[in-house]
Design a protein around this ligand. Structure first.
Ligand code: NAP
Length: 311
């Protein structure tokens, strides 16, 4: 059987543990589809898993193939997978056991949607994990409504740059913290107020908020409680916020993990088609340069997304 290229690591560590392996292609189970990956995005979770400190991936999962989302072409469908057919161009989230940094991967068909036709695979691959994280944080957990106000911390990273656009498309007032070089970019995405977090105190520019979307954690989060109105909500992608602190401030707080949801991804694809959101690509790397791409993301200053081109 012909083999395929898959980037993997056999031990936890720094970027140097990433290697290119030739492996046998997987076959789709009943509800899965096999996809020829054309592009795969790099997310912070990839280097967190690689470091060995991510709870859901331990030694028993080695060798591990990183890559939580992708865009590509359907090659085959499992016996009970009926939503797509070979040749369809799709994008979606790969489960936590990964494999996006590969020439082929299997996905649950419910985690996938048709790729927006106006995007090439490289731009489409930027969307699924970061885009759905933004969507679920704002709307599933934050219940953000038109006319409400949200402060998005880290507004020009992968998740943040989608969150600004989704919140704006919903009709919310959007405030965001960014570094000076990215103020204009944040405004171009729709932010009403872009605060340079290095030279300005965001507390001086925000008050009476309905929601804080925390993509940063630490002291940034702790300084944000007072900015929420009573009954407001702090939603975080990082460590669980203190329920006690939330109670003291008369607000709610939650932490969540993104879930794959093809129907929701199709909704996001419609916003792309309507011109209401666009992925921004900082840079693309060839699959064999996955280690360098992960190092770039690990610096923590990505503007938009970094994506691997596969074939
Ligand atoms: N729970 C989940 O399911 C889930 C899902 C996705 C992501 N996450 C986590 O959410 C976080 C954000 O993900 P991401 O993909 O957006 O990361 P990213 O693409 O690496 O973006 C990080 C952004 O944070 C900004 N930043 C750094 N320090 C800041 C500060 N003090 N104040 C404001 N902005 C600051 C950086 O901008 P500058 O260059 O301007 O500093 C950069 O644009 C990561 O830790 C990731 O692991 C969790």
């Amino acid at each position: 059987m012909a083999t395929i290229r898959r980037m993997r690591f056999h031990r936890f560590g720094g970027a140097d543990v990433i290697q290119s392996d030739q492996v046998e292609p997987s076959q789709p189970d009943a509800g899965q589809i096999l996809v020829a990956v054309r592009a795969a995005s790099v997310n912070p979770v990839d280097f967190k898993i690689r470091s060995g400190k991510y709870p859901a991936v331990k030694n028993d999962r080695l060798p591990y193939a990183p890559g939580r989302d992708l865009s590509g072409t359907v090659l085959a469908c499992g016996a009970q997978a009926t939503r797509f057919k070979p040749g369809d161009e799709v994008f979606g989230i790969v489960n936590i056991y990964g494999g996006g940094y590969s020439e082929q991967v299997v996905l649950d068909e419910r985690a996938v949607a048709l790729k927006p036709t106006m995007l090439d695979h490289v731009h489409a691959a930027a969307i699924p994990l970061a885009g759905q994280t933004a969507w679920q944080g704002l709307f599933r957990h934050g219940r953000l409504q038109a006319g409400q106000s949200v402060l998005i911390h880290g507004g020009t990273g992968g998740v943040g740059h989608f969150a600004i656009q989704f919140a704006k498309a919903k009709g919310a007032r959007v405030l965001t913290t960014v570094s000076a070089d990215n103020v204009n970019f944040a405004r171009s995405l729709g932010a009403d107020v872009a605060i340079d977090y290095r030279t300005q105190r965001f507390e001086d520019h925000a008050a009476d908020l309905d929601m804080v979307f925390d993509l940063i954690d630490g002291e940034t989060r702790e300084r944000s409680w007072l900015l929420l109105k009573r009954g407001g909500i702090l939603v975080s992608t990082l460590t669980p916020p203190s329920q006690e602190t939330a109670k003291q401030h008369g607000v709610r707080a939650t932490r969540y993990t993104v879930e794959a949801d093809g129907a929701e991804l199709a909704e996001i694809a419609s916003l792309v088609a309507e011109g209401k959101m666009r992925p921004h690509l900082q840079q693309s790397f060839a699959l064999d340069s996955a280690a360098a791409a992960m190092t770039a993301v690990e610096k923590g200053h990505t503007v938009g997304k970094i994506v691997l081109t596969v074939q």
